[in-house]
Ligand binder design. Structure first.
Ligand SMILES: Cc1ncc(C[n+]2csc(CCOP(=O)(O)OP(=O)(O)O)c2C)c(N)n1
Ligand SMILES: [Mg+2]
Length: 324
């Protein structure tokens, strides 16, 4: 006969010790504007952390500078609010030394695609195991409405009073054109269930998961994404057995749907380049791409004295001997 107390007590104490609730992932109160799309992204990552029971002390959110980059302050995890454009190299440094941590990066369109563009390119190629969320509001929010690389042509801003002169940089197409890519997805802040599903799949991907999120900035660009929100012609929902699967109630909101196999890179590139009908879902996923931390794993186990000896040997090669 089993003793119910004995059977029950370990699970009750497990719950006490291990169960994290949404509240455990709350940091300081947000200073974002009412209706700012960043709020939806924050809720999505807090929900992910609670659902996955990520230990807050084993989780780190890294950001650059911008409104979106304030997100680590609002998490109850570790965080690193880095320099403008430098979120990715900081996150890579953390990951190489502490591969056991769950590393997330939150970065703005200016932070990632402008000042941080060089780091973006190389971080994709290094393919280190982390989830990167690009909050793309198509404007510099924090510094009060300057044109960004992703601003659409003609956008009037404080630095483009006659309208932005150039066609925008397309972060999806750019990422899909880089070497060693392993996961690329597109989300929007105003469809939270799809946003949460995409972030969850990104988290479970081994390698760098790049998620570009259209994010509303109600203060500087009110109604900017209304054409996508109101017109179902402007978006195509991507679903697949190996990609996103959505409930009928959500799918019905989209007039255009496509069964897209995320292993098909050619179709992913076509979808990314279609500016008339923006894709929503997982464009590309390849779990077999090499991760930099795996290649470097052996090297990182050198002891401090081994490293000093190796350095001394290298320096000795350049010793200048006095003439005899
Ligand atoms: C080296 C450096 N250059 C410029 C700035 C000023 N600056 C701060 S945030 C920012 C742009 C932020 O835009 P984005 O990354 O799109 O973030 P958002 O505020 O829209 O979320 C700029 C230019 C800075 N802090 N550091
Ligand atoms: Mg921005």
């Amino acid at each position: 006969m089993f003793d119910p107390i004995e059977v029950l007590s370990p699970s009750v104490s497990d719950l006490d010790d291990e169960a994290y609730s949404l509240d455990d992932f709350e940091g300081v109160d947000s200073r974002w504007c009412h209706r700012c799309g960043n709020n939806a992204i924050l809720t999505a990552v807090q929900k992910l952390c609670a659902e996955e029971q990520l230990a807050p002390e084993k989780t780190v959110f890294v950001s650059g500078i911008g409104c979106s980059s304030r997100l680590p302050h609002y998490m109850g995890t570790y965080g690193f609010h880095a320099l403008h454009g430098r979120a990715l190299p900081v996150a890579e440094g953390i990951k190489i030394r502490r591969p056991d941590l769950h590393v997330f990066v939150t970065t703005g369109d200016g932070d990632c695609c402008s000042i941080g563009a060089g780091h973006w390119l190389h971080a994709i190629r290094y393919n280190m195991n982390m989830t990167v969320l690009l909050h793309d509001n198509q404007i510099y929010g924090l510094t009060k409405k300057q044109v960004s690389p992703t601003s659409p042509r003609g956008l009037v801003s404080n630095t483009s009073p006659h309208g932005a002169h150039l066609e925008p940089l397309n972060p999806l197409a750019a990422t899909l054109g880089m070497s060693n890519i392993s996961f690329v997805a597109h989300a929007v802040d105003w469809v939270p269930s799809v946003l949460c599903d995409i972030i969850k799949q990104a988290f479970h991907h081994r390698g760098l998961a790049f998620v570009c999120i259209m994010q509303r900035c109600p203060n500087y660009l009110p109604d900017h994404f209304e054409e996508y929100i109101k017109d179902p012609e402007r978006m195509v929902l991507l679903t697949h057995a190996q990609g996103l699967q959505v409930e009928d109630a959500v799918a019905k909101r989209f007039k255009h749907r496509e069964e897209h196999d995320p292993r098909d890179i050619d179709r992913a590139r076509e979808l990314a380049n279609n500016r008339e009908r923006v894709p929503l879902g997982i464009l590309y996923r390849n779990p077999d791409v090499l991760c930099y931390e795996d290649v470097r794993a052996g090297v990182e186990h050198l002891s401090v004295s081994d490293k000093i000896s190796a350095l001394e040997r290298e320096f000795d090669k350049f010793t200048v001997q006095p003439p005899s």
